[in-house]
Ligand binder design. Structure first.
Ligand code: DGL
Length: 306
């Protein structure tokens, strides 16, 4: 579910870009929904792939990365920030709202829609360990657990698989099956994708579930929430912004008006995987730029699996 948002907004024009970030490539699933909902907006996307997965990090580290990347996006002129990461939202959105003077939209697992949709009253939740153990998540579950049972499963290894662009290998299927089969055996009819990386595993999940699970992915709801926040703050890009850009680039304006604008993609880590995922799953042909964004604390060495 999208989280609000209202913040004192710095004087940034409606033509300014929207900053989106995730620990890695997962937030591209949110970017995909934002492009569809808001085709006239300019988007800057940062994948902090050098430090993924956040699900293995401590809270202080995640907060520092969120602030450092948020500040970098603000320095690039972002008029709003989408924290397209359940883990970073759970640990650091309150801090980010206190420090960054632009509206901030976060994401959280779709517990409410799952509770609304489940007929069996048993729903599975796949998310990172950090998200599942967070205070925010606990209170979300408490609100909806009265008449619905939630089976919470950390998706160890899944973020790393998506980061390597391994979205439908035998290993990933085996891992997913080991998480989903106990849920199915317990009567789950609904599955919350509580990490923005997981929608990219959608095809493998659907095959394993064979029609027995309704998948809850909140990226479209996040895009709609962003639209409301932009409107409320007078920050929505006018439809003619894309056409003006197209005219400058000698492109037919009518086409430009229909086509979502190409986002600018940045990664702190491996750019080849990001290019591959962006091209295969989003049809984006543009370049990926490598960036270095430092935070106060040096990243500890990564452990092999999440
Ligand atoms: N996409 C992030 C999320 O939604 C993944 C977190 C991680 O890197 O572990 O939580």
């Amino acid at each position: 579910m999208p989280l609000d948002e209202s913040a004192p907004s710095m004087a940034r024009g409606h033509a300014a870009p929207i900053g989106i970030f995730d620990s890695g490539l997962g937030g591209l699933s949110v970017l995909r929904a934002i492009r569809a909902q808001l085709p006239h907006e300019s988007l800057l996307y940062v994948a902090d792939s050098l430090h993924a997965p956040y699900g293995l990090r401590d809270n202080e580290f995640i907060s520092e990365r969120t602030l450092a990347i948020g500040e970098w996006l603000v320095s690039q002129g972002a008029k709003a920030l989408v924290v397209a990461c359940n883990t970073a939202t759970a640990e650091s959105i309150a801090l980010a709202r206190g420090r960054l003077a632009i509206p901030i939209i976060g994401v959280e697992p779709g517990i409410k829609p799952a509770a609304n949709q489940s007929k069996s009253r048993v729903a599975g939740v796949l998310a990172t360990q950090v998200t599942l153990r967070s205070e925010r998540f606990r209170s979300l579950i408490e609100r909806y657990a009265a008449d619905c049972r939630f089976l919470c499963q950390p998706g160890h290894g899944l973020v790393e698989a998506v980061e390597r662009c391994e979205i439908d290998t035998a290993e990933v299927r085996a891992l997913l099956a080991s998480y989903l089969e106990p849920m199915l055996a317990a009567g789950a009819d609904t599955l919350v994708l509580g990490c923005t990386h997981y929608p990219f595993l959608d095809a493998a999940i659907r095959d394993i579930a064979a029609g027995r699970l309704t998948l809850i992915d909140t990226s479209v709801a996040i895009a709609r929430q962003l639209e409301r926040v932009l409107d409320a703050n007078g920050l929505r890009a006018p439809a003619d912004a894309a056409a003006a850009d197209a005219a400058a680039a000698d492109v037919v304006a009518a086409d430009a008006d229909r086509q979502p604008r190409e986002p600018r993609l940045y990664s702190t880590g491996e750019i080849a995987h990001m290019r591959q995922l962006a091209s295969t799953l989003l049809g984006l042909a543009g370049p990926v730029e490598h960036i270095r964004i430092t935070s106060l604390r040096r990243a500890p060495e990564r452990t092999p699996s999440a």
